[in-house]
Design a protein around this ligand. Structure first.
Ligand code: PMP
Length: 360
């Protein structure tokens, strides 16, 4: 068996240990004679899996008791609609547009309320995070929305925006559990798990209880009302059982690795190797303003589309997969999530050095 170093932006690399454990338990989960895939979501066995998963993510992130943790479906994209549907009171929200995902979220929200785009980095192809220390935010907005780590462009908010007292909603799909977080600063944190946490099909939403409305507009689908799943412990209908089980294993892996402080240290170490190389390379160039660089997604270019394509093809042949940049940016992108070992980043940099020499 030869595993490659997988730099995919998502679905993405998972800890090998987790995959092996899941393989061991595939036919017979803890002596119950069946796979988690085959198990009733109403069984005691599954209840234990979801309860443990919730407790472990609460421990990891230090989630206060007045926040619900929901395991949902529909991808992060479904929450683009669920957020305005559930938080709409005055009918107005502020969006900071730092890339495609924030842009899409704003466009979706606009179907349900008035959207004010209070800042954007579109002027420079989303290569930076705008200054959010003193934004012109109306007093009556229902919330301020950010995409905290921009998967495509490789930027990250290293400081949260000054929301002027308004509820902060953050899509953390591509930085989930990559570093410690002060949950109390947010009203809603949500993300698709398919990058840092588990297999596609699960969305985790961490929502302050007072933001889960008792009643919403009667046209809001039952499944999109947060209250539906909050009241049912994420078991209103059949949840993505197997995905939740794998997320639970990843939480335990992170705990074993030393928690989010250790993840951050490890992620910083990995990212530094790659960014240091990019900063000194004569061929490759990072595309993001250094102070706003993401620890998770690292886009880079040679400046020559043909050479980029050659690099991606040769890297693949060398066991370094999925380095092609997003179609809207071109070039390359290395996603180096929690589960990417430091050896993978070192192998990538070694390959880049060799490619640079050969193509000087
Ligand atoms: N937000 C971010 C930051 C993303 O990177 C993505 C997907 N890559 C999405 C939202 C959309 O997620 P999904 O495909 O789960 O709807």
């Amino acid at each position: 068996m030869a595993r490659v170093y997988n730099f995919s932006a998502g679905p993405a690399v998972l800890p090998e240990e987790v995959l092996k454990e899941a393989a061991d338990e595939m036919l017979d989960y803890k002596g119950c004679g069946m796979s988690v895939m085959e198990m009733s979501h109403r069984s005691k066995m599954f209840q234990q899996i979801i309860d443990e998963a919730e407790q472990d993510i609460r421990d990891l992130m230090g989630i206060p008791d007045n926040y619900k943790v929901l395991f949902l479906q529909g991808g992060a994209s479904q929450q683009f609609a669920a957020v305005p549907m559930n938080l709409k009171k005055n009918g107005k929200a502020a969006y900071i547009v730092t890339g495609q995902w924030a842009k899409k979220a704003a466009a979706e929200a606009e179907k349900y309320l008035e959207v004010q785009r209070v800042a954007s980095s579109a002027d420079k192809t989303f290569s930076y995070i705008p200054d959010c220390s003193d934004l012109d935010i109306d007093d009556d907005v229902d919330y301020v929305y950010i995409c905290e780590n921009n998967t495509i462009y490789g930027t990250k908010y290293h400081e949260l925006p000054n929301t002027k007292g308004h509820t902060l909603v953050a899509d953390v799909s591509s930085c989930f559990l990559s570093e410690p977080v002060d949950v109390s600063k947010y009203g809603v944190i949500y993300g698709g798990v398919q990058k840092n946490v588990g297999p596609a099909g699960v969305v985790i939403a961490i929502i302050r209880e007072d933001l889960i409305p008792e009643e919403v507009d009667s046209t809001v689908p039952t499944m999109l009302q947060w209250k539906t799943q909050a009241d049912a412990g994420s078991l209103y209908n059949t949840p993505p059982c197997y995905g939740i089980y794998i997320c639970g294993k990843v939480f335990k892996w992170i705990k074993k690795m030393g928690g989010l402080d250790a993840m951050k240290k490890r992620n910083e170490e990995k990212a530094k190797i790659l960014y240091d190389f990019l900063d000194n390379s004569k061929l490759f160039k990072g595309t993001v303003v250094p102070k706003d660089r993401s620890l998770m997604n690292v886009p880079f270019v040679t400046g020559d589309a043909d050479l980029d394509a050659k690099f991606v093809a040769e890297a693949k042949a060398a066991g370094l997969e999925n380095l092609k940049g997003h179609r809207t940016v071109g070039g390359m992108r290395a996603s180096i999530y929690n589960a990417m070992p430091i050896e993978g980043v070192k192998a990538l940099v070694e390959f880049m050095e060799k490619f640079e020499k050969e193509n000087a």
